[in-house]
Design a protein around this ligand. Sequence first.
Ligand SMILES: [Zn+2]
Ligand SMILES: [Zn+2]
Length: 151
Amino acid sequence: MHSLRELVSSQFNLPVSCYRHCSNQAKLILLSASEQPLGCFVCPSGYISRVVLYFEGGKVNTKLMKDLLSRYADKLGGIRDSDIRIASRHPWDLNIDSSAETLLQEVYWTQNYKREENNLRPALFLCSNCNSFFIQPVNSSSSLCEKCRKS
Ligand SMILES: [Zn+2]
Ligand SMILES: [Zn+2]
């Protein structure tokens, strides 16, 4: 049996379109910041369209996601419960031979940006250099956080 992290990096690494932000593709970047595998779907400008926490079997924990985002909640205008969802992945979804009912569960937060909104609205980005979260106006195309921009 693969580790959860291996499973995630082998199964969910297909590029997806950058949800509601730009016409580029977003790819999965796995971070090691938390005990649970933590993934972000990030487009070339660093915009995060989705943050995903992966849990083994049925041990999903939505509070962890809220805690993770709580530092940024104010600037982002609040993290709504309705923007945090749970998905279950079964062996037959992933074509994996396993007797487990549920292989893993995802808690995911989708950054809900509406195109018609102000281009200066703060949004969550991932620094392409140090892999940390940072906030900048949604229309910015710098993929570096403030610290990395200075050095
Ligand atoms: Zn984008
Ligand atoms: Zn950085």
